[in-house]
Design a protein around this ligand. Sequence first.
Ligand code: ZN
Length: 163
Amino acid sequence: MTITKNKVALIHYTLKDDTGEVLDSSEGREPLAFIQGIGNIIPGLEEKLEGKAVGDKIETVIGPEKAYGLRSDDNVHIVPLSSFQADGDEKLEVGMQVRVETNQGVSLADVSKIEGEEVTLDLNHPLAGETLHFNVEVVDVRDATREELDHGHAHGPGGHHHH
Ligand code: ZN
């Protein structure tokens, strides 16, 4: 069986940036489980994994346009410090991540600057603008269950767990 749309694939992967620094890896964890072809993983990786089978190993470089997109100033917002006062007693600091309401629902934003009463929030994905270097090994390919397709994600080891 090969990886095609609506198959569940399990992969081990290591992700490095341009400098060779490891950003993420499944080493020492369950392999990552995802449904192919529905956007569970970045488009560039779906493309490279299409048609691959168990045991296949790939090494690939994916530009930001097929990964997490380019950084955009539209995703940087200045909000008043007073809008955070209701969030309990934790002091707001640069580098913290906060939850914010956006048109697309709740999103994570980095606090990138605090100046007087103004807080700069960066909603760009942390990997926006990055070229990603992947080493991937396919460890399993199977049919997705009806429930998995309904939910839009893989279940079981390496996938989603519902309680
Ligand atoms: Zn589910």
